[in-house]
Design a protein around this ligand. Sequence first.
Ligand SMILES: Nc1nc2c(ncn2[C@@H]2O[C@H](COP(=O)(O)OP(=O)(O)OP(=O)(O)O)[C@@H](O)[C@H]2O)c(=O)[nH]1
Ligand SMILES: [Mg+2]
Length: 348
Amino acid sequence: MTEEQQTPEQESDDVLSAYLKKSAGSAGSHAAGHRSGYVAVVGKPNVGKSTLINAIVGRKVAITSNKPQTTRRRILGILTRDDAQILFVDTPGIHEPKQALNRFMMREVEQALDDCDAVLFVTDVSRPPDEEDHRVAERVRGMKQPVIQALNKADTLDPRHVVENVAAHEALMGMTKDELVNADEAIAEGSPFEIRNSVMLTSAARGDNIDKLLAMLIANLPEGPAYYEAGQVTDQTDRILAAEFVREQALRYLEQEVPHGIAVAIDEWQPRKNGMIYIGATLYVERDSQKGILIGKGGDMLKKIGSGARKEIENELGSKVFLELWAKVREGWRKDDALVERFLSGQG
Ligand SMILES: Nc1nc2c(ncn2[C@@H]2O[C@H](COP(=O)(O)OP(=O)(O)OP(=O)(O)O)[C@@H](O)[C@H]2O)c(=O)[nH]1
Ligand SMILES: [Mg+2]
């Protein structure tokens, strides 16, 4: 055996000692006052949770659409700053689960709430709160973790409804005006923990008040190290992101039930010699009639979805992509627990 060669045991010893060194260097050792932790982002569907996380992280880590129930799984959006690392957990909008898919989605929300250090409860302040907002409020009200409320879509709030809508949304958490802390004053006075009970008007679309919202959230996180490298913005693989970008375009172009019954799986991912990446993906629908709609006249619809998704994927990967899409039927997959598990983990 030459000097370079090692037994498998020696190799695994090296791996172990490298790991121990690395974890000794990161866990526990952080600059005084550095904070980190998980923030579960919850709310009813379509209020702008994913848009808000994308705006904060500065990258598209979660797909968005004007249709409810866009997000299906927990997705991490990671913000790294000198003073803190916030791990935003995007979650599906809370709704009554009727099928296996919806039950899966609501379990994702519960897991995010179980494991978080703080909650960001998002509502759409441009409309009065409804039954669904009240249900979410009831779920988070009793939690021991701090709950910060974002009254989002403030850019579309009609000036004539500002007073009544803001008051109605503030009342969701059951606090009186006196119990609610004025976030602006608390930030100005440098009393960050006071802002545990607070609301903030935000616009994810315009980026309004994001800095204040972050100050409120960071103040409510425990001291701790950064868990992810500075450049990492999400926990999703490129394959999962690519599948999500395809689904986003399906949500954009298709109407009614059709886009909600679509699952996307990446079947092939091959870097080619010319630097281009070949990606083959299948869109599963629930019925034959939906397959026809998805493909469109002369394949027009599938082409439109493919062309939109290709641009997003190229943007993300920074290389040219050849994207080929297929349509297949998996009868009633949303009602089937095993298929839901498989499709939502990105497998076909
Ligand atoms: N005008 C305006 N539109 C917004 C704002 N935030 C989000 N939107 C829009 O609202 C729609 C829903 O946004 P999403 O981020 O997908 O909402 P979500 O809460 O993640 O929805 P689910 O994943 O279905 O629960 C999209 O069309 C967004 O462009 C905002 O601050 N202002
Ligand atoms: Mg979402």
